[in-house]
Design a protein around this ligand. Structure first.
Ligand SMILES: *[C@@H]1O[C@H](CO)[C@@H](O)[C@H](O)[C@H]1NC(C)=O
Ligand SMILES: *[C@@H]1O[C@H](CO)[C@@H](O)[C@H](O)[C@H]1NC(C)=O
Ligand SMILES: *[C@@H]1O[C@H](CO)[C@@H](O)[C@H](O)[C@H]1NC(C)=O
Ligand SMILES: *[C@@H]1O[C@H](CO)[C@@H](O)[C@H](O)[C@H]1NC(C)=O
Ligand SMILES: *[C@@H]1O[C@H](CO)[C@@H](O)[C@H](O)[C@H]1NC(C)=O
Ligand SMILES: *[C@@H]1O[C@H](CO)[C@@H](O)[C@H](O)[C@H]1NC(C)=O
Length: 496
């Protein structure tokens, strides 16, 4: 009689440990399905998989999230076909597919692999990838018959590919959620454009909303300069594939890229000791990042009161303020004097910008910048050129033909590159003249402030800074007149 309760306790312990075992495991097999309410956890406790709903919605979705941040759902299986009760089960179907069944055992979602898998096992890896493989074969990535990483939702995890399988034509890209509580596919996508040099772009339906500059061997132009501290961007291009991905630099700092329901691409970081994500940046960040904001042959400057300026050598085709015109969609800056390509023409360097979109272009990887200039000069419709590859000391020739669209003057924390724009020689002369004036002004202002530096050295740092900045601005303003006069005289004596 005494042994019975003991046995009961023993049995209970045994059964509950079995139950826990199934919860702590990271695999789904034909014998170990996952019911709504149960979850799987990846081996180092990073990711968790199971059923969830959002907000007040009764819809149940099967997905993957960060274990310490369950709000951060990174992948959803049945985005288009939610369950509305708690009787969903994820299991392995009879042909070896991963399937989601409802209460009456109807297939609601399937991994849809056509070849039969003999000993199917689905495993949640520590990368957040849910993979389906044959337990008989080796565990390398080639043995995966299906993987969630090939079917992204709205989140790009480290190691996940965004781009193209060139053999099958299969594209992998992010699709936003419809709303914050609705994972069904929304209107925005984030994709890799691979005609010419690849760039990443946000689209609403088939309309481009924003883009990065082209990949230049080191980074996508016009993106924030913070890669080295948190993640390493990688562009892979071989016979089979072309894709963007990123790796973590430090395993105790996680980072993800997501496309939110309003069409912003956001990068978040989380440090090991925290369970909260911090936003590092969000794109589009300002009005200049809206695709083609300033129209053709203009540059967008977010810091200026009139954000759109025609490129040097161009003027607004219709009279009036370019920004106001943009509101009404008539965007165009045209050349002040048409290029005839007989007279002398030169190239004006525009440094540190986001390169214009590759609408009509040529790419010659074997040329250097000098050869590129010569090549561009030869063809009258070549409007600009620059290096295609910034790796090492720079190489490759990228030439633009016709209109230049979506150029941005970037703030200091964004990574830009140089472009050389074709202009008549008269434009080059006026530029070098105004540059010289500016240099003179700055030199003068600096020397006066150095003189004063000793005078105010007793002040505290902040006061000194403010004083010096004000002073330099005053000097700058006051010397403007003098310098204009003197440089005119200079030019005058030249021509005389
Ligand atoms: C299960 O799904 C099938 C097919 O969509 C549907 O006809 C059936 O009513 C569902 N069963 C339940 C209990 O919802
Ligand atoms: C699987 O295939 C069926 C039939 O071709 C299709 O209706 C369904 O959308 C596919 N499911 C997924 C998740 O691709
Ligand atoms: C996979 O195969 C190994 C070795 O053959 C075996 O020990 C293990 O139980 C199998 N796992 C599953 C889930 O079938
Ligand atoms: C990784 O990040 C952690 C947390 O910020 C920091 O303490 C550690 O020094 C970093 N390790 C390396 C190798 O940078
Ligand atoms: C100039 O380049 C364009 C675009 O590549 C090309 O169509 C055209 O034939 C070229 N013209 C000459 C004279 O080479
Ligand atoms: C870019 O330049 C680097 C360094 O010179 C070189 O190794 C790489 O192959 C170049 N990439 C392409 C696509 O030409």
């Amino acid at each position: 009689m005494e042994s019975l309760p003991l046995l009961t306790i023993f049995c209970t312990l045994f059964i509950s440990s079995l139950h826990n075992l199934s919860l702590a495991a990271d695999t789904i097999t034909p014998d170990l399905p996952i019911k709504d309410g149960q979850t799987l956890i990846s081996s180092s406790q990073t990711f968790e998989l199971g059923f969830f709903s959002r907000g007040t919605s009764k819809n149940r979705y099967f997905g993957i999230w960060y274990k310490k941040s369950p709000e951060t759902v990174v992948w959803v299986a049945n985005r288009n076909s939610p369950l509305t009760d708690l009787f969903g089960v994820i299991t392995i179907g009879n042909k070896g597919n991963l399937v989601l069944l409802n209460e009456t055992k109807n297939v609601i979602w399937s991994s849809n692999v056509s070849r039969i898998i003999a000993r199917p096992v689905a495993q949640l890896l520590d990368s957040g990838n849910l993979v389906l493989r044959d337990n008989g074969s080796s565990r390398n990535t080639e043995s995966y018959r299906w993987q969630s990483f090939d079917h992204p939702s709205d989140t790009l995890l480290p190691g996940m590919k965004l781009g193209w399988n060139l053999k099958s034509g299969q594209e992998s890209y992010l699709t936003s959620w419809r709303s914050i509580n609705d994972p069904s596919p929304g209107e925005f996508t984030y994709r890799l454009d691979i005609h010419g040099l690849p760039d990443l772009f946000i689209a609403s339906g088939s309309v481009k909303k924003a883009r990065t500059g082209p990949w230049n061997g080191v980074f996508f132009g016009g993106t924030p300069n913070l890669h080295n501290s948190v993640f390493q961007p990688i562009l892979v291009h071989n016979e089979d594939e072309m894709y963007y991905m990123y790796r973590l630099v430090n395993n105790s700092v996680s980072t993800i890229l997501t496309l939110d329901q309003s069409g912003s691409v956001e990068r978040f970081v989380m440090y090991d000791q925290n369970s909260e994500w911090t936003m590092l940046y969000s794109t589009p960040m300002d009005v200049c990042e809206n695709y083609g904001q300033c129209g053709a042959n203009a540059i967008c400057k977010a810091r200026k009161s009139t954000i759109c300026e025609c490129l040097q050598g161009f003027r607004s085709a219709t009279e009036g303020d370019l920004d106001i015109q943009n509101l009404f969609g008539s965007r165009k800056c045209a050349r002040i004097s048409t290029l005839d390509c007989q007279r002398d023409e030169g190239f004006l360097k525009l440094p540190g910008i986001k390169l214009p979109d590759l609408l009509e272009f040529r790419l010659i990887e074997s040329m250097d910048l000098k050869e590129c200039e010569a090549e561009c000069s030869k063809n009258c419709s070549c409007s600009a050129f620059g290096n295609s590859n910034l790796s090492g000391s720079g190489s490759g020739c990228l030439m633009w033909f016709g209109d230049l669209v979506d150029i941005i003057q970037l703030p200091g924390r964004m990574m830009g590159q140089d472009i050389h724009i074709r202009v008549p020689v008269s434009e080059l002369a006026s530029t070098s003249n105004s540059k010289r004036k500016k240099r003179l002004k700055i030199a003068l202002a600096a020397s006066v402030s150095t003189l004063l530096g000793s005078f105010i050295s007793g002040w505290n740092l902040k006061a000194r800074e403010v004083f010096l900045v004000r002073l330099q601005m005053d000097i700058y303003r006051n010397t403007k007149h003098f310098l204009t006069v003197s440089s005119n005289r200079e030019v005058g004596s030249h021509t005389a």
